[in-house]
Structures are given as structure tokens and as C-alpha cells.
Design a protein around this ligand. Structure first.
Ligand SMILES: [Zn+2]
Length: 180
């Protein structure tokens, strides 16, 4: 290690630098979730071509599933995507596929993975996602049904960001004054 590598630690940290974490928290708070229902889950698993009473397999590669992959992320570019913690947004997945897929669209991931029965997997995913329960909540719909609350929610978010920026400006002054 070179002594000069210490440089990256010798700089001020900012509160607004955490903005994306807060933006994600605001977006996630709007995400819908399903109440657990075995019937809902079983129907979804059957649409994926699997037996809900057996050990589930990864929808991407077919190995034993160990996690639930969010097909669509709750947040895209800091805004609420319309998708949430819903049965039709969660698919059985092995850890490797869950991590490798990351933020990629499910279809792009399957294309890149290219399993031998890819087309059958695509067809099953499409069937699973064609259900009315898989459709995202639109921002327009939300604005229509909860206009005042959403406006206030977005105003609060803006205020939080403005206050973070103001605190950063104050921190600069405090550091300057304290160093004299
Ligand atoms: Zn897998």
C-alpha cells in the first residue's frame, strides 16, 4: 500500500451523499404488499410450472431454490416503480441467480444465462406475470386515488432533502469556525 492512498479518507463526508438511501426508503414506503394467503401463493407457484407442496426450484436455472427474487425492483432511479412485496413479484430463486440477476430485467438475465429450456422458462414467467395481481400500481392511479396525501408525501421528501443540504452547508461553517 502506498502512503498516498490515505488521500481518499481525508475529505469531508456529506449528509446529502446518502440521498439515494433516503430516496429508496421513501419509494419503498409506497410499495404495496400482499397479505399471506396459501391459495394465492399456490396458484402463483403452479403458474410457474411447479408443485407448491414440493421443494421449489430456481425459475432461472432449475437448481434448488433458497431465496425469493423480486422480479421487479421496488425502486428504479430513486422513484417508486409500482412493484412491491407481492406474491406475483416474488419467484423462487437460487442464491447465485438472485445475486447475478441483481437489478437486471428478468428476461435479459434468462437470455444471458441461456438454460437449455429457456423458452419454457420464459413462457412460465409470462404466465405468472400476466395475472392481474402482477400489475404495478401506477403513479397516476395513486395520484388519482390519494392526491392530497401523495402531494404532501412528496413535499415532505423534498423538505428532507432540502434540510439535508442545509445541514451540509452548516457543517462546512461549523468545521471552519471550529478549526480557528
Ligand atoms: Zn438459479
Amino acid at each position: 500500500m502506498k502512503a498516498s492512498s490515505i488521500k481518499k479518507y481525508l475529505r469531508p463526508s456529506t449528509i446529502i451523499g446518502r440521498k439515494s438511501t433516503f430516496a429508496n426508503a421513501f419509494a419503498s414506503a409506497l410499495a404495496p404488499h400482499d397479505v399471506y394467503s396459501p391459495e394465492l401463493v399456490d396458484a402463483a407457484i403452479r403458474d410457474l410450472g411447479q408443485d407448491p407442496d414440493a421443494d421449489l426450484e430456481c425459475v432461472y436455472c432449475g437448481r434448488e431454490a433458497a431465496t425469493w427474487d423480486h422480479v421487479f425492483n421496488r425502486v428504479t432511479k430513486g422513484e417508486f416503480s409500482g412493484h412491491g412485496h407481492r406474491v406475483r413479484n416474488l419467484v423462487p430463486s437460487c442464491r447465485t441467480c438472485n445475486e447475478s440477476k441483481g437489478q437486471k430485467p428478468w428476461r435479459d438475465y434468462l437470455d444471458a444465462l441461456d438454460p437449455p429450456d429457456k423458452q419454457a422458462r420464459i413462457d412460465r414467467m409470462e404466465k405468472f406475470l400476466s395475472s392481474a395481481d402482477a400489475q404495478p400500481v401506477g403513479m397516476d392511479d395513486m395520484r388519482h386515488k390519494a392526491h392530497d396525501e401523495l402531494e404532501r408525501f412528496l413535499e415532505i421528501r423534498k423538505q428532507v432533502f432540502d434540510l439535508m443540504a442545509e445541514a451540509d452547508r452548516l457543517a462546512v461553517v461549523i468545521r471552519q469556525k471550529a478549526s480557528h
